[in-house]
Write a protein that binds this ligand. Structure first.
Ligand code: ADP
Length: 488
């Protein structure tokens, strides 16, 4: 990809934006979307800015009264059709997702199903959105508490889950009657545009979902400068999150922020080591380590450290790198050259700080015609708190392990970070499991579980990992305003 606008060559495929009833593609400038595994150009999308961002809000605002007034059951029906259509087109959507993002096709198939599950779950939550009616405690008066759709909401999403990060926001927003403007990441915008067309095809009216691609800063500013946008839900870096917090001051726009993580994974001496290793593989190597809940720091009790490392190394040996559309591939490319640079810097930094490279550590080209953008599954021992890996997300298939002596030390190491999204712990001692779950400063804990995310659960962080929750009934609350009516 190129975040810089270019002129698309004559005859190139420019996938238009969806703004209300319009397919908007005009303009001199476009963004190139490349296959990160090969550097081949997959398609182009418009490089739009503040003007189109405002048009998208116009379209969402125009669609709002009609959508909000629909019976919730009708909205639920349309959302269930949308989810079903995603599943009907699962393979086609997944292939497109792999091409723009790089993850193995099996994972992309899984992401489409996961993305559809947010729409499906939210459809039901929307039908059950209820208020309250009660007598006031100190008088004969009555009170009603209404829960109403916020209005127009904005979503800015990252490239690592091009489908699910959008539906996790759109599902609850649409279910309760909000309309939305969406800006997908420049690296992987095609899935978002495909989903918007699919929503229209199943009968969700024009203007309910609007997608704008282009200048992230200008689009984000335009939405936070527009009082009609009642909430901005953002998934991305803590750095951009901070910027949005400052800009949201203008209209006191509500924010949902799902920001960076730095997940620890704790393995105690009573753990089922095979389960801990399976959990490490699932949570760390999915999406080539490019998820915000990937464990970045593994803390293992000294008594089982060597056994865990040996088992993990053996399990990692079976991970195959390649193009996501090749058969039997587990690890796709890193998303771009900045990502490669970060991973290389973290590995070098770990070695400079005395870490031992057990396996991997190189950026490679797994076969001819692929880009040199694949990171070998990498295992480092001798992690210390001074290392970059212990301080910031690596976003690559790199595991770093440090030994600990007791539970208090493990918890202190795990909590020694400004971030607090996910954490994992493996132990067979129930009391310890609960103590550790209570003591971890984060929003999500996997206890003997590495696949923690689903449509039913509240996903979100503590500390600098963000504000708000997505998923389940908690995700719905982000798109609802509470209004109290006092009745004399
Ligand atoms: P990452 O490091 O994962 O790419 P970013 O925070 O840079 O995370 O990107 C996440 C999303 O935020 C993307 O859609 C990106 O285009 C968008 N973004 C980047 N910079 C800004 C900005 N200044 N204002 C609004 N959105 C932005």
């Amino acid at each position: 990809m190129s975040a810089q606008p270019e002129r698309a060559p004559a005859g190139a495929k420019v996938v238009p934006n969806r703004i209300g009833v319009e397919h908007v593609a005009e303009g001199e400038a476009s963004l190139r979307v490349d296959d990160p595994a090969t550097d081949e150009t997959v398609a182009w999308v418009p490089y739009h800015g503040a003007a189109e961002a405002r048009e998208a809000v116009d379209a969402a605002a125009a669609a709002l009264p009609g959508w909000r007034a629909r019976p919730p059951g009708e909205r639920a029906y349309l959302l269930r059709r949308f989810a079903a259509a995603m599943l009907q087109q699962q393979r086609q959507l997944a292939v497109e997702l792999t091409r723009e993002q790089g993850k193995p096709l099996a994972e992309a198939m899984g992401e489409i199903a996961y993305a559809a599950s947010f729409i499906d779950w939210s459809a039901e939550e929307g039908r059950r959105l209820a208020g309250e009616y009660q007598q006031q405690a100190g008088s004969d008066k009555r009170m009603i508490v209404m829960r109403q759709a916020l209005g127009v909401v904005a979503a800015i999403t990252p490239w690592n889950f091009p489908a699910a990060m959008i539906t996790r926001k759109l599902g609850p927003a649409l279910a309760v009657g909000c309309t939305a403007v969406v800006k997908p990441a420049e690296q992987a915008p095609l899935t978002a545009l495909a989903l918007a067309e699919l929503a229209l095809a199943v009968g969700i009216p024009p203007g309910v979902i609007n997608v704008v691609t282009g200048d992230a800063d200008a689009i984000g500013r335009a939405w936070l400068d527009d009082a009609r946008v009642r909430r901005l839900s953002f998934t991305g870096s803590t750095e951009v999150g901070r910027l949005l917090v400052a800009r949201a001051a203008t209209h006191l726009t509500r924010l949902s922020l799902e920001l960076g993580g730095l997940a620890p994974l704790l393995v105690f001496d009573d753990a089922d080591l095979d389960a801990a290793v399976r959990g490490t593989i699932v949570s760390k190597f999915r999406n080539a380590g490019q998820t915000c809940i990937c464990p970045n720091r593994i803390y293992v009790h000294a008594a089982v450290h060597d056994a865990y490392v040996a088992k993990l190394q053996a399990a990692m040996a079976s991970l195959r790198m390649g193009h996501g559309l090749d058969e039997g591939v587990h690890i796709g490319p890193l998303i771009d050259d900045d990502a490669v640079h970060k991973v290389e810097t973290h590995v070098t930094d770990a070695r400079d700080h005395g870490g031992a490279l057990v396996t991997g550590g190189h950026i490679v080209q797994p076969r001819a015609k692929l880009a040199r953008r694949f990171c070998e599954p990498t295992l480092i021992t001798g992690l210390t708190p001074a290392m970059a890996i212990a301080r910031e997300e690596t976003f690559g298939p790199v595991v770093a392990v440090q030994a600990f002596d007791d539970e208090a030390e493990a918890l202190a190491l795990a909590n020694d970070t400004p971030y607090g999204l996910a954490a994992y712990a493996y132990t067979r001692d129930l009391a310890r499991a609960l103590r550790v779950a209570e003591g971890l400063e984060c929003g999500i804990v996997g206890l003997n579980d590495a696949a923690v995310s689903n449509a039913q659960a509240p996903f979100g962080g503590a500390k600098a990992s963000g504000w708000g929750r997505e998923g389940g009934k908690w995700g719905v609350e982000e798109y609802v305003d509470v209004k109290y009516v006092s009745i004399g």
